[in-house]
Design a protein. Structure first.
Length: 70
């Protein structure tokens, strides 16, 4: 892997500009989906995995903003 990519992945990226607002918007929408899954799905491994994947999607979306914007 290229050194620059490792640097990008393992370095703190302080928020800048409107990023904190965008992070929050992504979290809000993810939470709304998680709440829907929680209400509509029976307790199960599948429900647990769905909630985990929503959490992961929020993480990766916010990481894209933090890591890939100049």
């Amino acid at each position: 892997m290229l050194d620059g990519e490792l640097q990008t992945r393992f370095t703190y990226h302080p928020p800048k500009g409107d990023q904190p607002v965008r992070y929050e918007r992504i979290r809000e929408h993810g939470k709304a989906l998680a709440e829907l899954v929680d209400v509509e799905c029976p307790e199960s491994r599948e429900k647990s995995l769905a909630l985990t994947k929503i959490e992961e999607a929020i993480f990766w979306a916010n990481a894209a903003i933090a890591r890939r914007e100049p």
